[in-house]
Design a protein around this ligand. Structure first.
Ligand SMILES: [Zn+2]
Length: 301
């Protein structure tokens, strides 16, 4: 599976700082999370699947991981790049919000608004709004409120497309080969050039969904990641400073085999709910809309 994933990237799969004076396509899907490796754990398989379907995906990490028991922010940045490549993500950035102190402040909301207006995603994946780690549930509310604010026409967040001084530079993974061009490509309202010419134009995502894997709650839908499961596990294992067996934090971090077993159990559980092998769980606040009753998936009896 990992071999197939690598084939999706043209060689050399190098990364370069985001060129602020060049127009770029909007993202189809942006996953936002508090910490580097959260997205890999909660919706990495889904992001990879969406990239394989031809969508342009991105990851916004609110923090840089400086409080982690293992490794440092620099290690995490390198590992996050490696994971992004495995997931065929087109864009990834970490903001400068302090690790362990994600707060839903006006300043932090504006940081996320700037990213939303720059990247203009149609779908945003947020963490679920309840959880054990305060950074996780705070990131959910912060992300939701930023999605709302980003659409306010009179909210001016400036014209500067450059990242803030403390943010890690955005990375773009060029030339990701996709199954077909995204259906959104070329829509006049989505052209980044327009935004660049007149400042960061208002943008509100069409859809917000919540990745619920960190919390014991029944999902409203699951995404089949049977084909992406191995690559998603490899993306998580790219965080070598966190997940390779080592002495530091031995009492807190489970061994690699145990991690694999837990991740597989969770994916299997949600897969079982959907009648398939492996899945990732999500909640949408809206009701499901059905056109043809005979095409509703998941067997009842
Ligand atoms: Zn986390």
């Amino acid at each position: 599976m990992i071999h197939n994933v690598r084939r999706l990237l043209f060689a050399p799969p190098y990364l370069y700082p985001f060129p602020t004076d060049m127009p770029a396509s909007p993202l189809d899907i942006l996953a936002l999370a508090a910490h580097r490796d959260d997205v890999e754990q909660t919706c990495g398989g889904t992001l990879l699947k969406m990239a394989q379907l031809g969508h342009r995906t991105g990851i916004l990490d609110l923090t840089q991981g400086e409080m982690g028991t293992r490794g440092n922010a620099k290690d995490r940045a390198r590992e996050a790049e490696d994971a992004a490549k495995i997931l065929c993500t087109s864009w990834r950035q970490a903001l400068d919000i302090p690790d362990g102190r994600v707060e839903n402040t006006w300043e932090n909301r504006l940081k996320v608004v700037r990213v939303l207006r720059q990247q203009r995603p149609r779908v945003v994946i947020l963490p679920y709004w309840k959880g054990r780690h305060p950074d996780h549930y705070t990131a959910s509310v912060l992300g939701y409120e930023a999605c709302f604010l980003a659409g306010l026409a009179k909210l001016d967040v400036g014209v500067d497309l450059n990242v803030a001084a403390g943010d890690s530079p955005a990375i773009v993974i060029p030339n990701v080969e996709r199954a077909s061009p995204s259906p959104r490509a070329g829509r006049p309202q989505d052209i980044r050039q327009d935004a660049g010419a007149t400042g960061l134009l208002p943008h509100r995502p069409f859809k917000i969904i919540y990745a619920t894997l960190y919390y014991d709650v029944r999902p409203t839908f699951v995404v089949d990641i049977t084909e992406q499961f191995e690559a998603r596990f490899q993306a998580l294992m790219a965080y070598k400073s966190q997940f390779s067996d080592q002495e530091a934090g031995k009492g807190i971090f489970p061994a690699r085999d145990e991690i694999r077993s837990r991740i597989e159990s969770m994916a299997r559980f949600y897969g079982m709910l959907g009648g398939i092998t492996y899945a990732e769980p999500f909640i949408q606040k809206e009701v499901g809309l059905v056109e043809d009753l005979t095409l509703i998936p998941v067997k009842s009896i």
